[in-house]
Design a protein around this ligand. Structure first.
Ligand SMILES: [Zn+2]
Length: 99
């Protein structure tokens, strides 16, 4: 993805990742009653129908989304949002569904 020069948010297509790549992912750490979202970089182990398996420090974590470490993490995108400057949002609006 690239950074917009106007709003400094990200736009464009994320780089594709494949099994064996280092990927940034998030997982939920539960300690007692507290839940915490953690962002880490691990190795992509498996691509599943419902998400990804990522190995981090010898443990396999399930992640709904992964991204190349060069890319903004899903957490970053969730917090900062993506560029919606004029002309850009139209590109991402093109989904695969046609019903
Ligand atoms: Zn923008």
């Amino acid at each position: 993805m690239e950074r917009c020069k106007q709003c400094h948010k990200w736009y464009g297509k994320p780089k594709e990742v494949k099994v064996g790549d280092d990927v940034a992912f998030t997982f939920e750490k539960v300690s007692g009653k507290r839940r915490q979202i953690c962002g880490r970089v691990g190795k992509l182990f498996l691509i599943k129908d419902d998400g990804f398996s990522v190995i981090y420090r010898g443990t396999v974590h399930h992640a709904d989304e992964v991204a190349s470490p060069d890319e903004p993490s899903p957490l970053t995108l969730a917090f900062c949002g993506v560029c919606e400057c004029e002309g850009r949002s139209a590109d991402s609006a093109k989904g695969g569904s046609d019903d």
